[in-house]
Design a protein around this ligand. Sequence first.
Ligand code: ATP
Length: 269
Amino acid sequence: MIQLKGVGVQRSGRWILRDINWEIPAGACVAILGPNGSGKSTLTRILAGHLWPTAGDVRVLDGHFGESSLPELRKRIRLVQAAGPYDVDAELTCLEVVLTGFFSTIGLYEVVTPSMREKAEGMLRHVGLSHVADHVYATLSSGERVRALIARALVVRPRLLLLDEPTAGLDLLAREQVLATVQRMFEAGAGQPPPTTVMITHHVEELPPATSQILVLSDGRPAMLGSPEQVIRPEVLSAVYRCPVQVRRSGERWYLEVHPDAWEGLLNR
Ligand SMILES: Nc1ncnc2c1ncn2[C@@H]1O[C@H](COP(=O)(O)OP(=O)(O)OP(=O)(O)O)[C@@H](O)[C@H]1O
């Protein structure tokens, strides 16, 4: 599905991303994890076809960047940036926002067919938002907006779904509802095969149980690539987050805590 070989990006004479080698199987849920400035957004923009790497080779959805038509590839890729600039007209209703997904437009300018409406309504059910289908997007809570944007992305059945910090700024319940939305795509009975999904996040708490592979970035370099069990370990993450951490696992979820003994010294760094 996705193959990155020796991918790097140079800006102002500095490699802000380097030596990225990663194969992501079709239908997998994977994550890019790392602290601020580690290169997550840069890598995400490459996967979305928005940024050309300075070095290396990128294959996405059987298409080779450089050989395949990028506009064609992009039709099958959806990027949800919850914290980004509005890419929808906030005066539309929640259902209309989902419908704009069919046209990749900010507003709703085209004729909506009954089949599109049916699919959009089904997607709102899938993300648990049927009860606010007629509410104006601007009046939705932040968590509801994220789920509406995920429904908007899913309505065209993309093959690659990039979720860029989808739970940033959400409270506990809203965060868990977004994670449950993602998890539901990977559960039996979801109704359709899941898109290959890449979650981009700072926090291991924000990884849905379906996550099978994590690429940890540190200063633009791959610090670790592996399963959650291989990656979410104090020895790995203390170095990446540059403070002593301890890890707790609860079922298929993970939690990271700063080691209590490290607290006193945190401000002297
Ligand atoms: N066009 C550019 N020119 C110079 N430096 C850049 C450019 N774009 C990004 N960088 C630098 O590259 C590094 C990685 O940035 P990136 O936004 O990819 O990190 P990130 O992990 O997404 O960060 P955050 O979690 O804060 O969003 C940062 O140090 C950033 O300042």
